[in-house]
Write a protein that binds this ligand. Structure first.
Ligand SMILES: N[C@@H](CCC(=O)N[C@@H](CS)C(=O)NCC(=O)O)C(=O)O
Length: 251
């Protein structure tokens, strides 16, 4: 029997999940959100996707049995079935796809920088333990928290690119800065599109957006902020904030 409700598996504080949510909300598509717990939630995703090996990630959209396993594909689907103004205007798909690739590589580099730093931060390590862990056990269980972080670092091969993360992150942000150099509101020039969504979310790991829109993840604002990149790219942070105020109202 077919289930009626559309489901989005995601992490409330993850930029990738927020890309999918923004596209779905823009198109007023209703869905039930199912929270994924990093690492420990993998098993549920493997069953859902019937994928015993290989990497599984969120967001995943289950639109009454049809599965979409990447934020970009979810946004394309939302555009095809939704009722809001198009996020992928005809003829601009290749440009948007290029921005999405840039977003993916920049975000992955920024996430790796954050996570590698987190391994040395005792507060972050403690924050990985499930809420409600008795105080007396926190110190004892710190290696478990560290182990969970390590397995996340391995899952996304963050050590492999350690020497280049910074350069990749800077190139991505500089590219965005150049594209918006004339002070334009939107990357495609005339209209809000998925290019803006996918690049706006890169800034979540530079300077998190106001918590009215989405929560910050483990480690709080401090762990998710990159002070010098945020200072250098204050204009981009302001651009992102303006986009949220204008186009992210249905939350
Ligand atoms: N290309 C994918 C990337 C998704 C991705 O990297 N998701 C991470 C976000 S932190 C994830 O699922 N993390 C949780 C985990 O690995 O358990 C997309 O855009 O959907």
């Amino acid at each position: 029997m077919q289930r009626q409700k559309t489901r989005l598996y995601g992490i409330p504080f993850s930029p990738w999940s927020e890309k999918a949510r923004w596209a779905l909300d823009h198109h007023r598509i209703s869905y039930e959100e199912i929270e994924h717990q990093p690492i420990v939630g993998d098993l549920r995703l493997r069953v859902l996707l019937r994928k015993p090996t290989g990497r599984v990630t969120v967001p995943i959209l289950d639109d009454r049995g049809v599965l979409f396993t990447d934020s970009f594909d979810i946004a394309r689907h939302a555009d095809a079935v939704g009722s809001g103004p198009k996020l992928f205007p005809a003829g601009r798909e290749a440009e948007i796809e290029a921005w999405n690739r840039r977003s993916e590589e920049t975000l992955a580099a920024l996430r790796a920088m954050m996570m590698l730093k987190a391994l040395d931060n005792p507060d972050f390590v403690k924050a990985v333990l499930p809420p409600g862990t008795p105080k007396a056990l926190v110190s004892l269980l710190k290696p478990v928290g560290r182990g969970a972080l390590q397995s996340f670092v391995s899952k996304y091969q963050m050590r492999e690119g350690e020497a280049t993360h910074r350069a990749v992150a800077e190139a991505g942000l500089d590219g965005l800065d150049k594209a918006l150099a004339e002070g334009q509101q939107y990357l495609l020039g005339d209209a809000f599109s998925y290019a803006d969504i996918t690049m706006a979310l890169v800034l979540q790991v530079v300077s998190p957006v106001d918590k009215r829109f989405m929560p910050t993840g483990l480690g709080g604002r401090a762990a998710w902020s990159n002070r010098d990149l945020a200072e250098k790219h204050a204009r981009l942070v302001a651009w992102r904030d303006a986009l949220y105020e204008k186009h992210r109202r249905w939350v």
